[in-house]
Design a protein around this ligand. Structure first.
Ligand SMILES: [Zn+2]
Length: 324
């Protein structure tokens, strides 16, 4: 049975489908030559695994270096998700990628949040912006980003994103510690990927990163947590701590991190009571939610109760509490 998902808890704004909508306008505004023809060319480019990921993203971030362009991004992101029928979304962005032309990280954050707030008013949905530390950043940059989250006093959440293999969660512990005892909700991409060798400890290292995110970074949410469903002890901890898990099944599958969606044991997580949600991750170049839902349902054949949980967990796990 197919769930009707009305909210997204793991959605990267600069990797979302809205980019394809607004990229030509952003290039025109930046007075730069637009490098693509039809909309399909953009999608081809972003889906091409032979082009370095940083290079792919720089095509986007190159024209997101001004206050105005970031406001446009935030606004149109909300517009698109509202049109798609979502009533609550958590949109992630990393301000460190928007400072090439003089904006400060605080300035970049303010601009995106401003655009999002305009969008919320206009389109009537609820949005929790999530400021992210691109984990390759040095410790001080991470601290600066965490400070922005603290200054916003709970209006935006904090996340740690990108290369988990070379930059495990503990690298930005100091940044996270700054938010302890504040109103900031903490998320962390953890248990997504680690270095492939040594093979024998691969799963253990993924689980260790999830534990670090829970116990040291004191996270309220975990992104991915691929091996969670196959570790009863960690599942008990996640349940006990009331941590929500924002999974991205087809992102993991397309990235070759799992062999089948079944490896995630979504049914087991739901039956155990884990606040698990399904998300796309980056629907600009990864399968959209429609496909995520269809493929996960095809693999698990969700029961009526599991469907209800998948639908409700979005709101149970939301960082911003809203009246639904
Ligand atoms: Zn992600």
């Amino acid at each position: 049975m197919r769930p009707e998902i009305k909210g997204l808890l793991h959605d990267h704004i600069d990797g979302s489908s809205v980019v394809a909508d607004i990229l030509p306008a952003l290039y025109a505004q930046a007075k730069k030559k637009y490098p693509f023809g039809a909309k399909e060319d953009i999608l081809e480019f972003f889906k091409n695994p032979h082009i370095d990921i940083v290079k792919r993203f720089s095509v986007i971030t190159d024209v997101l270096q001004t206050r105005e362009s970031l406001e446009i991004l935030g606004f149109n992101y909300v517009k698109r998700r509202a049109k798609e029928g979502y009533s609550y979304i958590e949109g992630k962005f990393a301000p460190q990628y928007h400072t090439k032309r003089g904006l400060t990280m605080r300035g970049a954050t303010d601009a995106i949040v401003q655009g999002i707030r305009f969008g919320e008013k206009e389109f009537g949905i609820s949005v929790m912006p999530v400021v992210c530390i691109g984990r390759e950043a040095d410790e001080n940059t991470g601290i600066e980003i965490a400070k922005i989250a603290v200054e916003y006093d709970g209006e935006i959440a904090l996340d740690l994103v990108c290369d988990e293999a070379n930059h495990p969660p503990e690298k930005h512990l100091k940044a996270y510690a700054l938010t302890f005892g504040t109103n900031v909700k903490r998320d962390c991409h953890a248990g997504e990927w680690v270095l492939s060798e040594p093979k024998e400890t691969y799963k253990k290292r993924l689980l260790d990163n999830i534990r670090t995110a829970i116990f040291d970074l004191r996270c309220h949410g975990i992104g991915h947590a691929i091996p969670l469903g196959s570790d009863k002890e960690l599942m008990r901890i996640v349940l006990g701590e009331g941590i929500r898990v924002a999974g991205c099944p087809l992102s993991n599958l397309r990235s070759g991190l799992i062999e089948s969606v079944r490896d995630l044991h979504i049914d087991r997580l739901l039956d155990a009571g884990v606040v698990y949600t399904m998300n796309s991750d980056d629907d600009l170049f990864l399968p959209p939610m429609d496909e995520v839902i269809s493929e996960c349902d095809a693999e698990h054949d969700f029961s009526k109760i599991q469907v209800k949980k998948l639908e409700e967990n979005v709101f149970r796990g939301a960082f911003r509490k809203i009246q639904s």
